[in-house]
Write a protein that binds this ligand. Sequence first.
Ligand SMILES: *Cc1c(COP(=O)(O)O)cnc(C)c1O
Length: 399
Amino acid sequence: METVAEKKSYQANSNGYYGTFGGAFIPEMLYPNVEELRNNYLQIIAEPSFQKEYNDLLKNYVGRPTPLYRANRLSEKYQTNIFLKREDLCHTGAHKVNNTIGQILLAKRLGKQRVVAETGAGQHGVATATVCALMDIECIVYMGELDIERQAPNVARMKMLGAEVRPATCGSRTLKDATNEAMRHWINNPVDTHYIIGSVVGPHPYPDMVARFQSIISEEIKWQLKEQTGKENPDYVIACVGGGSNAAGAFYHYLDNPETKLVAVEAAGQGLTSGHSAATTALGTPGVLHGSRTILMQTTDGQVVEPYSISAGLDYPGIGPQHAYLYDSGRGTFLSATDEEAVQAAFELTRMEGIIPALESSHALAVLGRLGAGLNETVVVNLSGRGDKDMSTYMKYID
Ligand SMILES: *Cc1c(COP(=O)(O)O)cnc(C)c1O
C-alpha cells in the first residue's frame, strides 16, 4: 500500500483534486468530520503498527495474496495471454473487504465507537458488517427500502453479522437515498462515528484513501506477473467500473507507466441509447455528486438520472473523480458492455475456465474480443467478485 503522499501525475493533489475533478463539496455541518479524516489518514496508515495489523489481516483473514491465474482456454480463444486477478477469492467474495479492513483500523485509531455505511445491493454493507463484527464495533447500514426488498439474502447476512439495517424511505428508496441518510447520521454524530464509503467516491480524502487500500491489487499483480512471465507490466489491465474502486486498485501502480493500457468498462445496461444504462462517461457531463466534482448522468437542469444495470454493483450514476480525470486526460480507455454481453461473458468464463464470475466482473470480461490484443501481449482482467450472489439472475438464462 502507498503510505506517503508522493507527487504523481494521476494522483490527487493535497486538496483532493485530479485535474479539475475531485475536491470536497460538502455542507458546512460535515466539515469537522471530513477535516479530522483529512488531517489524519496519511499519517495513520503510514504507522508501522497500522501497516502490520492491516497486512496481517489481509493475509490471514482475507486470504491475500489472491492468485493471478493464466486462463489458458480463454487465452487460446482470444489469441493473447489472459491473466485473471482473483479478487473473487477474497473473504466475503469480492474486493470490497480490502477497503473496509483498512477503514475499520483507521476508525479504531481515531477512537470511533460506531460505523455507519450506505449500501445498494448490500455487498458493501456485508463487507462493512463483517469487519465491524471482527472488531466489535457497532454497525449501522442505511439501505433504500426498495433495495431491502430486492436484496433479502444480503440483508439477512448483515443482520446475522450483528449490523442494524435502517431503511431509507425517501425518494426512489435506493442507493442515493441511503447515502443521504448515512451522511445525515454522520453529521449528527461527528465525535463517535466513522462513515465507511464503499468506493472511490465522496469528498476528499475518500477517493484517495479507498484507492490506497485497494492498491494492494496492482501491487500484487506486479510481482505475480513478473514471477510468471518475467515482466511486471502487462499491455492491458481491464476492470469494471461502478464507482471505480476495484479499477482504481488494479490501475494504481500502472498509472505512470504509459505502456500499460488502462481499460475501464462501464455498464451499458439495455444499450447506450435505451434510457436504461449506467455508462457514465458515455452519457454523463461534469458536475458534483456525493461531495466531489466528477462526471455524472444528469439532465440539462442538473437532476441526477436514475441509472440501470443488470448488476447492482455497477448501477451508479457517477464515477470516482480519478476516473473522470483518466477519461478526460485520455490515460484511461472507457468502454461499455450491455447486460446481454455481460451475461454471455459470464457463461463463457464459467464453461471455459470453471469460474463463475460476479455480474459486475463479467462486464470487464465482455470486452476481451474488442481489445485487439496480440499473441505476444499480456492482458490482466481484474475479476472483482464471485457469482454466487447472482445465481438467481444466471438461472434465468439456463433451460
Ligand atoms: C461493488 C462491486 C463492484 C463495483 O464497485 P467498484 O467500486 O466500481 O469496484 C464491482 N464488482 C463487484 C464484485 C462488486 O461487489
